[in-house]
Ligand binder design. Sequence first.
Ligand code: FAD
Length: 279
Amino acid sequence: MKPIELSFEFFPPKTQEGVDKLRASRAQLAKLSPKFVSVTFGAGGSTQQGTLDTVLEMAAEGFEAAPHLSCIGSSKESLRAILGAYREHGIRHIVALRGDLPSGMGEVGELRYASELVAFIRQEHGDWFHIEVAAYPEFHPQARSPRADLENFARKVKAGANAAITQYFFNADAYFEFIDETKKLGVDVPITPGIMPITNFSQLMRFSDMCGAEVPKWIARRLESYGDDRESIRAFGLDVVTGLCRRLVDEGAPGLHFYTLNGAAATKTICERLGFGKA
Ligand code: FAD
């Protein structure tokens, strides 16, 4: 398998047990030499300190650590303070998002879309940050139309994004079609597929429902048929996701970004099966 860049996404843990689990996971995944690791951010700033603490801990361990930052529900002043803190600590890589506010809660804030956040970061910090944005091969659930969503993606890149990470998907054709369509709009930044390892059927269906990712019927029905047989779910999930990754890499994806959910086992096995690292 040709060499590609791997990256791993984590969320800031809320308990000491969670902190310990994350430390153990990233110690295992470090052996795969990721290009960077990223840490999610709760919209409206709910995980602000946790994201900063986790990013700094990872950076101190030698990882290139990229915090996520969402603008919805935030003032420019608070975003400015967060960006300033990252810069002060030497962080140079960031994932810029709009985020989602829990329904009926709070004000939208001063920046409505990720494209505005990207422009704000460029305006305030020039080229200091390498900026990633989100991409949606199956389209964002709130998009007016697929075309409008593609145009929004192009707008984020035009505003100054260097690269993108996709929402997870299980249909490789959607990814390649998205790449072709963005090229037609003149977008030429690396778009790395986001990969969700399958380990739990109900959790997967819940997440997919929320973010608009399609779980193909043949996958859902197979997973459902295993009931509580976690070993079969795990084995089938590893086969499906490894096959997806293999096709993506073979056909030109620049990297793979794993949504680890702070676990290492599934991501590590998939990467090993693909022949990456010796974790
Ligand atoms: P945007 O690019 O702003 O798009 C949001 C919607 O608005 C789209 O439907 C778009 O088509 C539409 N739109 C954009 N501009 C306009 C315009 N000018 N006029 C009309 N419509 C427009 N969420 C978190 O809260 N924290 C995280 O850490 C986090 N990490 C993520 C990481 C990745 C890789 C991905 C793919 C998603 C992540 N999310 C995270 C989820 C993300 O915040 C949600 O999907 C959110 O709903 C959209 O964010 P966005 O940055 O894609 O928004």
